[in-house]
Design a protein around this ligand. Sequence first.
Ligand code: GCO
Length: 257
Amino acid sequence: MDKLDKLFSLKGKTALVTGSYRGLGLHLARGLAESGARVVINGRSEEGVLAAAEALASEGLEVMGAVFDVTNEASVNLGLAPVMAKWGAVDILVNNAGIQRRHQLEEMPVEDFRLVIETNLTAAFVTAKVVAPAMIQAQSGKIINICSLMSDLARPTTGNYAAAKGGLKMLTRAMAAEWARHNIQVNGIAPGYFETEMTRKLKEDPEFNRWICGRTPAGRWGTPDELQGLAIFLASTGSSFVNGQVIFVDGGLSAAI
Ligand code: GCO
């Protein structure tokens, strides 16, 4: 095995990417699979999960679908049982599942605040709580929390999302503080503006698109495959002494006014 393989190959590892049958999660799952991991595609949509798993399998990648609700501990345990039976414990967890429910705060239904916190923050705790015991027993594991530019910066109408992603940045540090001693590296990826189903309407808005391109030093939106390199690094041996870091992949947006 050459040096690059030793540092970055994920061969023999099982990776769970939550919310990965579409959007950034599917790109992250593909990147980890292309680096050798056995990848679990997750979502609540059986149709979506099966279609995504079949698509990746047709590319020769090793993949399984697991339909479960990341906000519900019993659902996560039940949904992961077939994976554990076939592939053993999860070695790499990518907490990616997330939703947006945009409203001005004064008009935001409490239910939409609660739902975004539950899905974007609480779910990361729930899923990590399910997989961490086996990682602790193995004295080895990787957890990557998909934070956001909005872990640090707010924008009107996304107060619930910013609160959740800000909390996820600190939960990343809390997990690292407790689990680094077990050789579990917990870190975060904070994407800036990438075109996905969640942001398509924003990018198609000429004024918003002009604002983001002007506000971003790189002068453009990111493409989802531009998150794969960092995900592979944080999932691999190459990051064995990196703990509690949240790395912004945003074209410089958070670094410059
Ligand atoms: C928005 C977007 C952002 C992006 C991304 C930025 O409404 O401004 O949805 O929240 O999705 O999270 O990091």
